[in-house]
Design a protein around this ligand. Structure first.
Ligand SMILES: [Zn+2]
Ligand SMILES: [Zn+2]
Length: 91
């Protein structure tokens, strides 16, 4: 079962379970559509797998199987590879 993670790992944008913007890889690394497409070119930066649109879970199923609330991502910027810090597309 999908975790339905609540945010984009790259820009920390909220991705609610009914979002059409959520993209995931086979390991459920979760990104918003704009990061997945423009920043990551459709590939997961963690595992190299393809990022595809996350299916939405119907509301009645969500009630029985709630989405994850554990936010993923990098809490502290600039620890490794200074290349990525700085241009977070938080528009
Ligand atoms: Zn994002
Ligand atoms: Zn991945």
């Amino acid at each position: 079962m999908l975790e339905l993670r609540p945010n984009c790992e790259a820009c920390d944008r909220d991705l609610p379970p009914d979002s059409t913007e959520a993209m995931i890889c086979s390991f459920e690394c979760t990104f918003c559509a704009s990061c997945a497409i423009s920043r990551l070119a459709g590939r997961c930066p963690n595992c190299g797998g393809e990022l595809l649109r996350r299916p939405r879970r119907p509301a009645d199923s969500l009630a029985r199987h709630p989405a994850s609330t554990e936010r993923m991502g990098r809490p502290s910027a600039g620890t490794t590879g200074g290349d990525e810090a700085g241009h977070d597309a938080s528009a």
